[in-house]
Design a protein around this ligand. Sequence first.
Ligand code: ADP
Ligand code: MG
Length: 348
Amino acid sequence: MYAPRMKKAKSEYLVLAGLLKKLAPKIGARVLLEPEWHIAGQIRYKDGSNRYFRYNTLDLNPVGASDIAKDKDYANFFMQKMGYPTIRGKSFFSDEWCEAIQSNRNTKAAYRYAQTLGLALSSSKGSPVIVKPNSGTQGTDVTLVHTKQEFFRAMKKIFKHDRVALVQRQVRGRDYRIVVLDKEVISAYERIPLNVVGDGRSTIKQLLARKARAFIASSRDTRINQSDARVKAKLRHQGQSLGCVPHRSERVYLLDNANLSSGGDAVDVTKEIHPGFKKLAINLTKDMGLRLCGVDLMIDGNISEKPNKYWILEINAAPGLDHYVKTGKAQQKIVEDLYLKVLKHLAR
Ligand SMILES: Nc1ncnc2c1ncn2[C@@H]1O[C@H](COP(=O)(O)OP(=O)(O)O)[C@@H](O)[C@H]1O
Ligand SMILES: [Mg+2]
């Protein structure tokens, strides 16, 4: 049996498995949870059919389409071919992988490409670029680099866990997740990167530690790490450091990626989303062969306005739906309704 990712298994996924077990009887189904880790389950429907889940992977999406969605480079290729606005970028390989597949798309080639995207040698004059693992999740190692040194350091880090890295231009705007289930948008939220708000007395380091404690207290599964090189670099580029004391109510951003797992905030926009963006997310989900999909967009503007300038950041074939479950009773109800919907659709 596959050992679970312990940190995760103890929190979010346990909640999800428990939730499915609790909700199933409402539609006459039952959930059999594997008793050792409580993260894999079988849903037994009353018509005799069974469906399965493991972590937040549910038996909704076809395996091929899910695999493509997990590979950002492949997904971008197909999305671009269908005319969706993807982000300009290219994939490169670790030295070992270059050797194995006889490719010269190594880190040096990646650096030359980054320069064509505007990366400057040392100063912060040029355009920073994004580097990230091709098969990453949760924002791990997604890095905005401003200099040659930062570029090589970030690539090295990526190649510790992935043999393919993406180099992309940085797109700017507001970062949104739209969740689609079978031709319907069931949830949408804006994601705001990890930040702290000053009280006029505490250092950024203290504010961050406080935030981390609050996450633990609310059992939100986040990976925030004070010694993250990205946080230090982000502060440095703003002329700050962990020891600085922000003014009262001053907001200081600490990361460039807006993933909730790396401490970002979610603001629900399900009721405000423009029909044009709904349509886009629904079509993209269908075109990518998926039934349940988290469509991540960077919008130069607002999601309540008619689509104009925006990019597809990535698609997610196993989106979690419980991003605001920790915030209150009303939100708990919304999340339960979402998963009840999922349980019903799974039966089809
Ligand atoms: N090219 C880019 N330009 C600007 N921001 C980006 C870019 N790529 C990623 N990001 C930021 O980083 C986050 C995580 O990137 P993503 O590709 O979705 O990786 P992951 O699978 O780890 O979530 C995005 O939601 C966005 O906030
Ligand atoms: Mg993402």
